[in-house]
Design a protein. Structure first.
Length: 246
């Protein structure tokens, strides 16, 4: 059996420790960890850098290395309400920069919603926060015929999906989602409190009702350091490669 590398052993022990620590609490400096574990400085540094890369620790110049908030995880493979998902995880959420307006759809949105270009869509844009930290910019596009009066009425509470079910009887049961990584624009960086060019996840989703009719299109930009996706996979036979979408 292969021997577990020293840096991995140190990493695993550190991980167990920081899981019991408070967010923002400092871990011991590298010289102390070197003595505690009886390993070289390079071994300690490799272990710590691994935990930084995985989002468990954060290094601040001149301030040491501290425990950071865990990235929020979204399960792939089911329709979800962002607010309900975070609530299920026991994480406090809020929104800022909320704007609700009506406009003519662009070519892409019209095609995704199956409506004409001269139709009217309701656009809801906001910045979503977790523990008062901006995590994602979310923009929802809805066919106004499905949600009459929403612009004037506004949202009741923080969950759009709860409003769609309670007020309009819309049942969101299926969807399709595309996720890609890219760099943050200057505007996105300012709203998310990150550096321009930092890594973000751009999520595009179309949600369908029980009649397989499109209800909404969502375009979300999430911080790469604070948001991640999880998928449960099953085995299967070989599949023919599909060309990328154009």
């Amino acid at each position: 059996m292969a021997r577990v590398p020293l840096h991995r052993q140190v990493r695993d022990e550190l991980l167990e420790r920081i899981r019991t620590m408070r967010v923002g609490e400092l871990i011991p400096p590298e010289p102390e960890l070197e003595k505690e574990f009886g390993v070289s400085r390079s071994t300690v540094r490799t272990a710590v850098e691994s935990l930084v890369t995985d989002g468990y620790l954060e290094k601040r110049q001149g301030r040491g290395t501290r425990v950071r908030d865990r990235p929020e995880t979204q399960d792939v493979g089911r329709v979800y309400s962002w607010t309900d998902e975070m609530r299920r995880r026991g994480v406090p959420t809020s929104s800022s920069h909320l704007v609700i307006r009506r406009e003519r759809p662009g070519r892409r949105v019209a095609a995704e919603l199956g409506i004409k270009r001269d139709a009217s869509v309701v656009v809801i844009s906001r910045v979503r926060h977790v523990n008062d930290v901006p995590v994602a910019i979310m923009v929802n596009f809805l066919d106004e015929r499905r949600v009459p009066g929403l612009v004037e009425r506004g949202l009741h509470g923080d969950s759009l999906y709860e409003n769609l079910v309670a007020t309009y009887g819309l049942d969101l049961v299926a969807g399709e989602e595309t996720i890609r990584a890219r760099d943050a624009t200057a505007v996105e960086a300012a709203l998310l409190d990150i550096e321009e060019g930092a890594s973000v996840l751009n999520v595009r989703r179309r949600t369908l009702d029980s009649r397989n009719v499109p209800v909404e299109v969502v375009d979300m930009v999430a911080r790469g350091d604070r948001y991640q996706y999880h998928a449960d996979l099953t085995g299967g036979g070989p599949r023919r490669a599909q060309p990328p979408p154009t």
